[in-house]
Each structure stands twice: as C-alpha cells, then as structure tokens.
Write a protein that binds this ligand. Structure first.
Ligand code: NAD
Ligand code: UDP
Ligand code: UDP
Length: 330
C-alpha cells in the first residue's frame, strides 16, 4: 500500500514512513529503532517491558519521531503504519522458559494480532524468526529448506514451536490474504544492549570475566555457535524489508562457527581476566552445532556480516564495563 492510501494517521512529515517495531525496547529492537530513526522514519515502539528496558531507548525519547506504547501484543492493537517489524518475544532460554505459556502466546497470538494489523492497513510485515526452528540440527550448515529436528514437548518447545507457528501464520497470511511478509531466521546475535541477566553465553562470559569470577562452560565446551554482531544483523533485517520481492524465510547470521570453549578463551584473553573455567552440566535439548547457510541472503540482498568476532566483542566488553561500573559492580 502506498503512503497516500494510509494517510489518515498523524504524521510529522508527509513523506516519512511510519513503522511499528514490536519488542522495540529489547536488545535487537532498540538497535532497530535507532537505525530506522536515523534514516528518517517515524517509529512507534510497542513493548510490554517483559524483558525490555527503558534505558535502552532512553536516548531516543527526545526525538519527536519516536513514540513508545506500553502494550502486550497478545492483545489487539489498532494503529496506522506502513511497515511492521514484529520482534516482540523473550529470546533467551532463561526468559522464555520463565513463563512458557506466555512465550507461546506472544509468538502465536501476538503474530496473529500484528499480522491482522498489517492486513488491515496494508503494511509490509517483518517477522523475527529464529535458528531455533531448526532445533538440534542434523544438517550443517543449515539451509532454509532444512525442515529441522525439533521436539514439540521439550523445555525449548514453547519458543521453537511458537516461532514455527508464527512462520506458518506469516506464509498463510501471504497466501490467503496477499500480505507482503518477510521472515528472517536469526542466528545468535550479540552486542551492546544485551541483557546482563539473560544467561546468554556472550553476556555471561564477559560479565564473569570482568568480575574475575569463574567462566561457566556448560558441557565440555565443544558445542558450536556462530555469533553475529548486532549492527550487521540490523542491516540485514532492514535490507530484507527493503528487497523488492522475497520468497520464503531467509537465514541471517554469521557462518563463522566457534566452539564455546574457544569463545571462553577469547573473552578471558581480551579482558585480561583472572577467571578460571568451570564446567556445568549441559542443559536439556542444547543443540550441539549451529551454523547458518547464508547463501540465500547473499544472493537476494548481497548481505553478509562484516564485523570480525574480536571487534564485536571489544565493543560488547566496553558496553558491559560501563554497565557494571554504573551499577557499582566493578
Ligand atoms: P529481547 O528479550 O531483548 O527483546 C524482546 C522484546 O520483546 C523485549 O523488549 C520484551 O519486553 C518484548 N516483549 C516480549 N513479549 C512481549 C509481548 N507479549 N508484547 C510486547 N512486547 C513483548 O530479545 P532480542 O534478543 O532483542 O530478540 C528480539 C527478537 O529476535 C525475538 O523475537 C527473538 O526471538 C528474535 N531472535 C533473537 C536472537 C538473538 O540472538 N538475540 C536470535 C534469534 C531470534
Ligand atoms: N487485529 C489487531 N489490529 C488490527 C487488526 C486486527 O490487533 O488493526 C487483530 C484482531 O484482533 C484479530 C487478529 O488481528 O484477532 C487477526 O485479524 P484478521 O483481520 O486477520 O482476522 P480476524 O480474526 O479479524 O478475522
Ligand atoms: N553456555 C555456556 N555457558 C553459559 C551460557 C551458555 O556454556 O554461561 C552455552 C550453552 O549451553 C549453549 C551455548 O553456550 O551451548 C549458547 O548458549 P546461549 O544461551 O547463548 O544460546 P542458544 O543456546 O540459544 O544458542
């Protein structure tokens, strides 16, 4: 739909795009809101602060093109918008397992509401999906046509299956209602604004190293992940939304695999930490390997991550140093 067809809602500039970002007060959402404002959009951040924080968007609040709505997307929402980026959902196992029923509701009912909104106003719709739709993969690296190895009843299922259902909804809205949808399967992403208490490996290791506390490796540390720096990821998300035509889901992540043991050594080295390494049991259903095949994103939007791991870690370490100092923890 053109801007003119959707012109009834207030707009500061007649040419600016109005964009809704759900989960805009979270890690990825806060970077996305900042990016969209910087390119001239009017942004409505919709967030219930389940895992989001006001501090992450505090520096955007003075911008008259930025608005925040405290709202839970499992309830209907009526707004005018040209584009909707649906990122709302707790993303780390600690957070999404705290209230698994709410996680499924957010993924499924939240997606229905945001798809319904997009359908009503003819907005282009972006869904933040996840590499978790591949579960514990048996194919490496994972291409988009790999259907995954997921259990529907394990402790990760509320998130994995919720996100799989959200994908189903996106492509059904596309087929049934002609909605223009973009689905990114996002692989592990890290950077400033990560939640300090979400138990993710990058934040855990950096905070432990800065405090000279033991680095907790789950299992023997031979499992792999591939870590994408947040600004690279946001560039990919926006490029996907801008692309003329996209069919099916698209992987966004860093194809460079690193073992968790190696990550621990790099973080200890970069922080000059005196931390020891301790081993804890591997959580249930913890995938052994995860690595994206990003051929589709490369072909479609000429995207690949540009930030080397050590460069991204350096700014993430600086962020957590500031954060811990501000809290009197360093
Ligand atoms: P995050 O927890 O920092 O952000 C999620 C945001 O959604 C938070 O601000 C939270 O308050 C909000 N939210 C949760 N439930 C809500 C609800 N019902 N209504 C309104 N707001 C709600 O997580 P993130 O890392 O920024 O992840 C953002 C999105 O990207 C998620 O959908 C996640 O599944 C996806 N993703 C992230 C990663 C990653 O590595 N960070 C990887 C794959 C997918
Ligand atoms: N919805 C919403 N905002 C809107 C339009 C719809 O939150 O601007 C919700 C609405 O409550 C509905 C869901 O989105 O439950 C799906 O809407 P759709 O029109 O696709 O289907 P419906 O269930 O209304 O037939
Ligand atoms: N992990 C770890 N120590 C930690 C936190 C996580 O060894 O303190 C491991 C975890 O078991 C997993 C990997 O690091 O194998 C990535 O975990 P994270 O929760 O960051 O992401 P996900 O499992 O969702 O990919």
């Amino acid at each position: 739909m053109s801007l003119a067809q959707n012109a009834d809602a207030p707009r500061l500039s007649p040419t600016a795009r109005r964009v809704v970002v759900t989960g805009g007060a979270g890690f990825l959402g806060s970077h996305l809101c900042k990016h969209l404002l910087a390119r001239g959009d009017e942004v409505v951040c919709v967030d219930n602060y389940y895992t989001g924080r006001r501090a992450l968007i505090a520096d955007l609040l003075d911008d008259p093109r930025f608005e925040v709505l405290r709202h839970d997307i499992t309830f209907p929402l009526y707004l005018e918008s040209d584009e909707v980026y649906n990122l709302a959902c707790p993303a780390s196992p600690i957070h999404y397992q705290r209230d698994p029923v709410q996680t499924t509701k957010t993924s499924v009912i939240g997606a229905i509401n945001m798809l319904g909104l997009s359908r009503r106003v003819g907005a282009r719709f972006f869904q933040a999906s996840t590499s978790e739709v591949y579960g514990d993969p048996e194919v490496h690296p994972q291409p988009e046509d790999y259907t995954g190895n997921v259990t529907s009843i394990g402790p990760r299922a509320c998130y994995d299956e919720g996100k799989r259902c959200a994908e189903t909804l996106c492509f059904d809205y596309q087929r049934q209602h002609g909605l223009d949808v973009r689905v990114a399967r996002i692989f592990n992403t890290y950077g400033p604004n990560m939640h300090p208490d979400d138990g993710r490996v990058v934040s855990n290791f950096i905070i432990q190293a800065l405090k000279n506390q033991p680095i907790t490796i789950y299992g023997d540390g031979s499992q792999t992940r591939s870590f994408c720096y947040v600004t690279d990821l946001v560039r990919g998300i926006v490029a996907l939304m801008e692309a003329e035509r996209v069919e099916g889901p698209v992987n966004l992540g860093n194809p460079q695999e690193v073992t968790i043991g190696e990550l621990a050594r790099i973080v200890i080295d970069m922080t000059g930490s005196k931390s020891d390494i301790v081993h804890h049991p591997l959580p249930q259903n913890d995938p052994v390997r995860r690595c994206p095949d990003i051929g589709k994103a490369q072909g479609l939007i000429d995207w690949k991550p540009a930030t080397p791991l050590k460069e991204g870690l350096a700014s993430t370490i600086a962020y957590f140093e500031d954060y811990l100092r501000g809290n009197g923890e360093l």
